[in-house]
Design a protein around this ligand. Structure first.
Ligand SMILES: Cc1ncc(COP(=O)(O)O)c(C=O)c1O
Length: 408
């Protein structure tokens, strides 16, 4: 039996687990809890006595409104919400070990999204380099590809860390090995000694996947200190299920942290990014001044809804490992079918064979068709590419209508 198999739970089992976790939290309705600037949702607007709530664990969690402020995989947390914190801990453990093949224990939390999770990684490594290596911020740089999501530019700007981008091949979107070596050499000349590498497990526009060893080999051969973060905001719940052997999870000792994003492929509500990191790093983002928070705060965000962790956990448990694999396989097959049709029509496209993103050359796409089908361009002002993301709602019928429109 494989070890990364999480079982599917029945609806009754899921309800039981979530409602008993909510029972493990404080009860604002019936207990004397009067010191927290938070409560259940306003009952005049959000009825807490609607009969269907007895069978609606996520909505009940929203209404009871647990605060998951802080990080619950290390030290103490607010005891008021310890029932639902346990679900978040279980979720973090599942993602790190059963999806990302980690061994041992990990830290992590449910962030507002992929942006925050990427920023949390950069924040931790900036502080780690400054504290452990006694370097200044201007000796540190973020290293990523030109296909990277723009969230790293926000991280660079907010954290005051420079950023260096390497080129990718225009056609197959893979890292340009020479550009990686040359960029690192240039950074060294500019006084950079410590690198925060952000590598992609499916880029936003192309679904391309970085070969992390291109980064690690070049950095090691040039004697640089680095920490490797994987941005799996797009691919983290997809690629591990379509690609048996890859270097972008915790089975690779060089991968130190990973971003996942359940509000993309998992169809969870917005506010369900996930940050995962090996033990021993989270404390670099501790804010000791958060003294009124039990256990202080190791996260970027502060207060956040516990309903989000519950939503992700419920979805993953509803499917189980095998159900999730089947869902992903269906999307992968549809994407493959769509590409075969594009080939017959001689329409140029890029697709990583293990991804559900198909990015077509703009030259083949009339603006009217792009608008009609909500195709997303790489650049709204000067589009060179338009992408289709084969999600649950993107059936072959939809794709066929697009193909028909493209043929005219
Ligand atoms: C690869 C990648 N990283 C990060 C993000 C940012 O995620 P969010 O919008 O959840 O902050 C995205 C969003 O599309 C993404 O595709």
């Amino acid at each position: 039996m494989r070890s990364n198999y999480w079982p599917k739970l029945s609806k009754a089992e899921i309800n039981e687990r979530v409602f008993s976790a909510l029972d493990g939290n404080v009860d604002f309705y019936n207990e004397d809890i009067i010191g927290i600037p938070g409560s259940h949702l306003d009952p005049k607007v959000f009825y807490n006595d609607a009969p269907f709530l007895a069978d609606a664990p996520f909505l009940s969690a929203l209404i009871k409104n647990p605060n998951h402020i802080g990080c619950h995989t290390l030290g103490k947390s607010e005891h008021f919400f310890e029932g639902t914190h346990a679900i978040e801990r279980e979720l973090i453990d599942l993602c790190a070990k059963q999806i990302l093949n980690g061994e041992g224990d990990f830290d992590g939390y449910v962030a507002s999204g992929g942006t925050e999770a990427n920023m949390q990684a950069c924040w931790i490594y900036r502080n780690y380099f400054r504290t452990e290596f006694n370097v200044t911020t201007d000796q540190i740089t973020i290293l990523c590809s030109e296909d990277n999501h723009y969230s790293v530019f926000k991280a660079s700007n907010i954290l005051g860390i420079d950023i260096a981008m390497v080129k990718v091949d225009y056609h197959n979107r893979s890292l340009d090995t020479e550009s990686v070596s040359a960029t690192i050499a240039q950074c060294k000349l500019a006084g950079k000694t410590h690198f925060i590498v952000v590598a992609n497990m499916m880029t936003t526009m192309f679904g391309s996947v970085d070969q992390v060893e291109v980064y690690t080999k070049a950095l090691e051969s040039q004697g640089c200190e680095y920490k490797l973060h994987i941005d799996g905001a797009y691919g983290g719940f997809f690629y591990p299920f379509t690609s048996a052997n890859h270097q972008l999870d915790f089975s690779n000792p060089k991968v130190n942290s990973v971003t996942l994003d359940a509000h993309k492929m998992v169809q969870a509500p917005y506010g369900t990014g996930i940050f995962l990191v090996r033990k021993g790093f989270m404390h670099h983002a501790n804010t000791k001044e958060a003294s009124y928070v039990e256990g202080e705060d190791y996260t970027l965000i502060g207060s956040r809804s516990g309903a989000n962790a519950i939503a992700i956990w419920m979805i993953l448990m509803t499917y189980g490992r095998f159900g999730w694999e089947e869902k992903i396989m269906l999307l992968e097959n549809r994407a493959l079918w769509f590409c075969q049709e594009l080939e017959q029509m001689n329409i140029g496209y890029f697709r990583n064979p293990n991804s559900n993103i198909v990015t077509m050359r703009a030259a083949h796409i009339k603006p009217k068709v792009a608008h009609q089908f909500g195709l997303v361009p790489d650049n709204h002002k000067h589009p060179k590419w338009f992408k289709v993301v084969v999600m649950d709602h993107v059936t072959k019928d939809h794709l066929l209508r697009l193909l028909t429109a493209l043929s005219h």
